[in-house]
Design a protein around this ligand. Structure first.
Ligand SMILES: Nc1ncnc2c1ncn2[C@@H]1O[C@H](COP(=O)(O)OP(=O)(O)OP(=O)(O)O)[C@@H](O)[C@H]1O
Length: 891
């Protein structure tokens, strides 16, 4: 770039190229659309495309003497030998000096063009702009450059037009056997006739294209070659801006210099000062001196220079020393005081250095701007730093976005009834207001993850047909102070504009945590003020404002009491994991989209029985997983096997095919699992086995056994059940003891479970006579002091040990008695790897204890062949409770 710019000739060449491009478009736009003219047009275009004016091959064309234009109709023999000049002597001298100056900086191939331009200027006179430029070309300003460029554009355009039409005339004359004069006349007549046609300019380009195409198709040998036509779009504004920028970049790198020559002080003294040709000295930026010679004196001393040697500079150490040296030199040369050389002082600011000075500040601002755009991006459709305080709540339109209805939310009838009231409030507020009832402001939906809190909130909006603003609690929290409250304000302001509507704040515990609990490390001011703002906004509603705020959380226990008080979130709706019936309903909802031939009643029931403790999201995942398993097998429908595999995968984790056990290890695992299975089968109060597997799954589990609560979902456990469950959990280790010489580490997780159960019996459930009816909180590592004495601690230890020993004895007695059965199950497990309940019935006979009818219905060993759909009944007595799932992994 710098090299390009260093030479003014390059700038001129650059502008000329641009003009070549420009000149093509107007030519084609101006001519009439007759066949003759279109031929000319196409020919003109060809002329430019095949041989650009001013190129190295254009000598013959460009060196044509002036006067070969249309005004003398191309008669070369009439051309004067010497071009006439209309310029004054001084102008002529200046022009010659300028041309010589530029010629020295242009490649030879462009000299012809330059001479051509000189001739034209001599013939037509110097336009003012050019005259100014020529006079000042060594110190030309930006405006001078731009004026010069404008002239060059005009000049090359005219040249191009003249040459094109001349060549076209000659060609036409050859084609039509006429003289060029006759063709010219004919053309002028045509132009007169079709003068009005030029207004139809819009249609012409198409016409021209067609004609040109026709011409190309009709091309015969002997005709001039038809070149490819390129059309350029030229934007004068862009060109001017580019020229401006280019100039300033150039000037910033070479301040005050336009192809100047650097000399030394000695050279200056001997070649300039001593010869008396210095007119003026200009000190630039205290470091360089520009020498302005007296042109006449210069021309006299150096005839070759034409009075113009170009800018000459020399460097100085300091202004003082320069002044002293100059003074000294002038004194020595005997220059009288009144003829001493004037010295001017100029400070030129380099754009480059100015830019570098401001660069860090500019970078800083750019960085801040960029970060603010990122931080604020998407804030309610706003971006930039001004959008950061805007709420990020997504607004769902009731007509287009929310298609969820209560029918899509299965198995939470109580919650639905509660929330239905909000729907009727939004739909018919007067029904409540008439009786003087205050409208509830909001509800907190709490419950374990995936139980359908968000789904229920969406369904509420879907049913009531109002806009729904959904936002997550964490979206209020930002690194900037004050953003949280501002977003809350914005959210509520938006909601008020869209009444009636529902706001749903998911994971409200992110901002609604109790302020009292922040005892360590101080509070979080930003979160507190966000919470305060929510409290204020909810208070600020007037009772007739139809804005309902629903909030979802998994941790209702940590929420601030102020948030939960009536008047804010009036309702607390607890959504727990679904019961057996709930699961059936959820399966029904999700199975609708699945392609299957199974008996739906049976399928729903069996799947619900197989998935105790599953939340709605687990069920949705299971159904989808089953479809994926079926698709992987290329099956055309999803069958029971696929569903069971999917459940196994969700419960036990991914199958670890890469984990290969040694035969001895596999045997140990088989006997370990068989021990659990036999205990589950023969202990009356234990959960019967559903499936046992020795395929490694999940994280570190080498085998697993799945049990089903014998009486469906269980919410209370008696001592017998706890003892049987503990004994069953110890079954793995006892079986290892009975069948092998040594035991393995595989029972460690079983011991953990047994210890926790026994400890709970002693410290929480009041099942130890020695400790009594007390409840000691579990030590979660946060208590520095145990809430009981050393004596009690010792007694708890003794009691826990006693209970575990009892469970162990119970298990040992059973497995010693059933040693043979353990062997049968273990060997079968070794050969089949997975055993189901049906296999157990085949190997051991039916379980000797009665089982719940629900359980028997779906696990009768006949795969639903005898299944009769039950009367549709609801079990109103089912209450919400604990997870009935159990796994016995071997780490
Ligand atoms: N009762 C239900 N009926 C039908 N589908 C359900 C039900 N509960 C959950 N689902 C399914 O589980 C998905 C996740 O539920 P949702 O997002 O509502 O859970 P959530 O309780 O809000 O979870 P989190 O507490 O983690 O935010 C739903 O999209 C839906 O497919």
């Amino acid at each position: 770039m710098a090299t390009f710019l260093r030479r003014p000739g390059n700038l001129a060449r650059f502008s000329r190229r641009a003009t070549e491009a420009i000149s093509r478009t107007p030519v084609s736009a101006r001519v009439p659309s007759s066949r003759l003219s279109s031929f000319i047009t196409s020919h003109r275009i060809r002329t430019f495309a095949t041989s650009g004016p001013g190129g190295p091959d254009d000598k013959s064309q460009n060196t044509q003497p002036s006067g070969s234009g249309p005004e003398n109709n191309g008669r070369k023999d009439e051309e004067p030998k010497k071009p006439e000049s209309v310029l004054s002597e001084e102008d002529q001298k200046n022009l010659d000096a300028f041309v010589k100056h530029v010629e020295g900086r242009l490649p030879e191939s462009q000299h012809a063009s330059l001479q051509e331009m000189r001739k034209q200027l001599m013939r037509d006179g110097l336009p003012d702009d050019v005259k100014t430029f020529i006079d000042r070309h060594r110190d030309a300003s930006l405006m001078d450059y731009l004026r010069m460029i404008r002239f060059l554009l005009k000049y090359t355009n005219e040249q191009a037009n003249k040459e094109a039409s001349k060549e076209a005339n000659e060609h036409m004359a050859r084609m039509m056997n006429k003289t060029p004069e006759e063709v010219q006349k004919e053309l002028e007549d045509m132009k007169k006739k079709s003068g009005s046609e030029t207004e139809k300019g819009k249609e012409e380009p198409n016409q021209e294209k067609k004609d040109e195409k026709g011409q190309q198709q009709k091309k015969k040998p002997g005709q001039p070659p038809v070149g490819k036509v390129f059309e350029f779009r030229f934007d004068p504004a862009a060109f001017a801006v580019t020229a401006l920028v280019t100039y300033y970049i150039y000037r910033s790198f070479f301040p005050g210099e336009s192809s100047g020559r650097e000399i030394t002080w000695q050279e200056f003294r001997s070649n300039f000062l001593e010869k008396g040709i210095v007119e003026k000295l200009t000190v630039l930026n205290h470091s360089r001196v520009r020498v302005d010679p007296n042109r006449d004196a210069l021309a006299a001393s150096y005839p070759d220079s034409n009075g113009n040697p170009g800018p000459v500079y020399f460097s100085i150490g300091s202004v003082d020393s320069f002044e002293m040296k100059l003074e000294q030199a002038q004194y020595e040369l005997g220059i009288p005081t009144h003829e001493r050389i004037p010295v001017a002082y100029v400070d030129e600011v380099s754009w480059g250095s100015a830019l570098m000075t401001f660069a860090p500040t500019l970078l800083l601002f750019a960085g801040i701007y960029w970060f603010s755009r990122r931080a604020g991006g998407g804030a309610g459709g706003q971006s930039g730093i001004f959008g950061i305080g805007k709420s990020r709540a997504k607004k769902f339109n009731q007509e287009t976005d929310i298609k969820i209805k209560f029918a899509d939310v299965a198995g939470m009838d109580e919650a639905k009834v509660e929330i239905m009231e909000f729907v009727s409030f939004l739909q018919q507020p007067e029904r409540f207001q008439r009786l003087g009832a205050k409208i509830p402001r909001g509800a907190i939906l709490s419950g374990p993850p995936g139980t359908g809190k968000t789904l229920l909130a969406k369904a509420t909006a879907g049913e009531s047909g109002v806009p729904f603003f959904s936002v997550s609690g964490s979206e209020f929290v930002e690194m900037f102070v004050g953003v949280g409250p501002s977003r809350v304000r914005d959210l509520f302001a938006n909601a008020r504009k869209n009444t009636p509507c529902i706001i749903f704040i998911d994971e409200i515990d992110a901002i609604g945590k109790s302020r009292a609990k922040q005892n360590f490390g101080g509070g979080n001011d930003e979160r507190e003020s966000t919470l305060n703002q929510i409290l204020t906004e909810m208070d600020g509603f007037n009772t007739s404002e139809q804005v309902v705020v629903l909030a979802g959380t998994n941790r209702p226990d940590v929420l601030d009491k102020a948030l939960m008080r009536p008047g804010r979130f009036d309702r607390h709706i607890n959504i727990d994991r679904p019961t057996m019936d709930g699961r059936k309903q959820i399966f029904r909802v999700h199975l609708k989209k699945i392609v299957t031939d199974e008996n739906m009643e049976y399928l729903e029931g069996r799947l619900a029985a197989l998935t105790p403790g599953f939340a709605g999201a687990d069920i949705a995942n299971c159904v989808n997983e089953a479809a994926l398993v079926a698709a992987r097998e290329n099956a055309d429908k999803v069958v029971m096997k696929h569903f069971e595999q999917a459940i196994e995968r969700v419960v036990g984790g991914l199958e670890k095919k890469s984990l290969v056990l040694s035969p001895q290890e596999k045997r140990t695992v088989a006997y370990h699992e068989a021990g659990h299975a036999i205990c589950g089968w023969y202990f009356q109060w234990a959960d019967p086995l559903l499936k046992v597997s020795i395929i490694p799954r999940g994280q570190g589990a080498l085998g697993y056994a799945q049990y089903l609560p014998a009486n469906g979902d269980t919410y209370l456990m008696n001592t017998n059940q706890l003892m049987d469950r503990m004994a069953m959990t110890l079954g793995g280790r006892v079986s290892e003891e009975l069948h092998f010489d040594t035991v393995t580490s595989g029972a460690s997780d079983d011991f953990n479970k047994v210890t926790r159960m026994a400890t709970a019996m002693v410290t929480k459930f009041g099942m130890s006579k020695k400790i009594g009816f007390v409840h000691y909180e579990e030590d979660q590592g946060q208590q520095f002091q145990k809430p009981f004495s050393e004596d009690t601690a010792r007694n708890i230890d003794t009691e826990v040990r006693r209970i575990i020993d009892e469970a162990y004895k119970q298990c040992h007695d059973l497995l010693t008695e059933k040693k043979h059965e353990v062997g049968i199950v273990a060997e079968e497990l070794l050969s089949k790897e997975v055993l189901g309940r049906d296999d157990m019935i085949r190997l051991l006979g039916p379980r000797p204890y009665p089982e719940s009818s629900e359980f028997a219905k779906y696990f009768d060993g006949k795969g639903g062949a005898t299944f009769a759909p039950p009367e549709p009944t609801q079990n109103p007595e089912e209450t919400l409770g604990k997870d009935g799932r159990d796994q016995t992994p071997i780490p």
